[in-house]
Design a protein around this ligand. Structure first.
Ligand code: AMP
Length: 491
């Protein structure tokens, strides 16, 4: 049987080019089933696990279908957490990069006015958490009258976090003539009810995972009481000596305490929980993705959907309160066909939670003997030597795309009446440049950002040092993408 190819969907060359550069060779099963239906503008209810290529499943048709000429947002993607909103924004941006699709992310604990300014620009697709999205709709900063597509991602998580009323409020504020796609790992009754009320005869697509917990993930439980957990963690990390590991605790206080202990013991580690400032949470996740440290101590904010390659070990320092979170936590490892291991610390008071997890996953968790003293002693030198090793910084997923693209900052903006046509005019007057080499342009009060595609960035940067833009020489510099990603404004 011949494999389906993205070319079979008659996607535009710009989208195919992005998929090629992202190394998406063939559609995943969920993409294969959903993309053709989505391209026909039909409502869809999709049951699929995270890690199945779900984000691209809606990103591809959205980027294909939005009208580039329209300045107001045409699609809204709702996600349950801020981390996921940021990740989905990046994924959609990568898919739409060569079509110059502009994506804005709206989430709390981050500057409202910064988001407002972004929305004032041409914005094709908005990704948001429900609360902040409603705030922008109420303030009139997010104009919804052109929204034709609504995507509800991780719908079951949204409902279990109590977002149902907010979602309904958002839906009521959107045009009736729209396409709604709902993605969920499970389809409980309340999701069906939501679908019946707000979706038009949705096509139901279910991608069944054989078992809820991926077979590739080796799962081990140890019996341990609270006071001995830290010693057991030390032994487990010595024996496993992982390159990349997430340790989940149930509370913010516990994350803080464990972080302090592991830092004291020289573990290359950092922490993430909902009590931290959003900028810090973004910085920590980015650094973990890049491999700047090896141990991430986290609450369940990092359990859902977050896509990091090569996590080889997940430790449940505490058994999760919600059985679903067991599956989400361990699903951080064993991604993209790789193997992984999940270790769970079980106290005598956790028995009920374990049997709930067993009945949820349909598999009995097995208990193991703790690592033997002699083995721990034997492996300690290798562990110690790795603790001292310099970390290797990994490339981010969009790196191949970014290599081709250089983002420039021009020291002039709306206040000096800079318009996109001024920028395009100047750029096209540079020898060897055409309109097709120009990516996303965004104009702020005193700054303009422009992406130069096809490896022509450095040539353009050089040319702009002496060329006038809108009648005057301007300071043109390369953008520090990291600073922007972390949500910090340029100084
Ligand atoms: P998601 O379910 O959206 O979290 O995606 C899981 C992982 O699969 C991400 O790392 C994606 O970049 C990757 N991915 C998505 N679609 C494809 C594809 N067609 N081929 C290869 N990798 C993909």
């Amino acid at each position: 049987m011949t494999k389906t190819n993205f070319k079979d969907y008659k996607l535009s060359d710009e989208i195919l080019k992005s998929l090629d550069m992202l190394n998406y060779k063939n559609p995943t099963p969920v993409q294969e089933k959903v993309i053709p239906v989505a391209l026909e503008n039909r409502d869809i209810l999709v049951k699929s696990q995270t890690g199945s290529g779900k984000t691209a499943t809606f990103a591809i048709p959205l980027c294909e279908m939005v009208d580039w000429e329209e300045n107001k947002p045409q699609a809204l993607i709702l996600t349950p957490t801020r981390e996921l909103a940021i990740q989905v924004k990046e994924d959609v941006f990568n898919v739409g990069r060569f079509k110059r699709i502009k994506v804005a992310a709206l989430y709390g604990k981050s500057s409202f006015s910064h988001q407002e300014k972004e929305l004032k620009q041409k914005t094709h697709i908005v990704v948001g958490t429900p609360g902040r999205t409603i705030d922008h709709i109420k303030e009139g900063t997010f104009v919804t009258d052109k929204v034709k597509y609504l995507i509800i991602d991780e719908a079951d998580e949204m409902l279990s976090l109590g977002f149902v009323e907010q979602i309904e409020e958002i839906m009521k504020g959107l045009p009736n003539e729209r396409v709604t796609m709902l993605f969920s790992a499970t389809l409980p009754e309340d999701i069906d009810a939501l679908a019946k009320k707000y979706m038009k005869n949705p096509t139901k697509i279910e991608i069944e995972a054989k078992t809820l917990t991926v077979d590739r993930i080796e799962q081990v439980c140890y019996r341990v009481e609270e006071k001995n957990k830290l010693n057991l963690l030390r032994d487990v990390t010595i024996v496993e000596n992982p390159d990349s590991c997430v340790i989940f605790c149930n509370t913010q206080a516990k994350v803080e305490a464990l972080y302090a202990e592991l830092s004291k013991r020289q573990y290359p580690c950092d922490k993430i929980h909902g009590g931290m400032e959003q900028d810090d949470r973004i910085r920590v996740m980015n650094n973990f993705k890049k491999g700047c440290f090896r141990y991430l101590i986290a609450t369940d904010v990092a359990a859902r959907g977050i896509d990091i390659d090569n996590i080889s070990l997940v430790v449940n320092y505490d058994v999760p309160v919600l059985r679903e979170n067991y599956v989400h936590r361990i699903g951080r490892t064993g991604r993209a066909g790789k193997s992984g291991k999940a270790v769970t610390f079980v106290m005598s008071t956790d028995e009920r939670r374990i049997s709930e997890i067993n009945s949820y996953t349909g598999k009995e968790l097995e208990f193991s003997k703790k690592p033997r003293r002699s083995v721990v002693i034997e492996l300690t030198p290798a562990f110690q030597s790795k603790l001292g090793e310099k970390v290797e910084i990994k490339e981010t997923k969009g790196a191949a795309l970014s290599e081709e693209i250089l983002k420039l900052h021009i020291n002039a903006g709306k206040k000096t009446k800079m318009r996109a046509v001024d920028v395009v005019g100047t750029l096209c007057s540079i020898e060897g440049m055409t309109k097709d080499d120009i990516g996303v342009i965004s104009i702020h009060d005193v700054s303009t950002f422009v992406e130069i595609l096809n490896n022509k960035g450095n040539m353009v940067l050089k040319a702009l040092q002496t060329k006038n833009i809108k009648g005057r020489p301007r300071s043109v510099t390369v953008v520090d993408e990291e600073r922007l990603q972390q949500g910090r404004p340029r100084r």
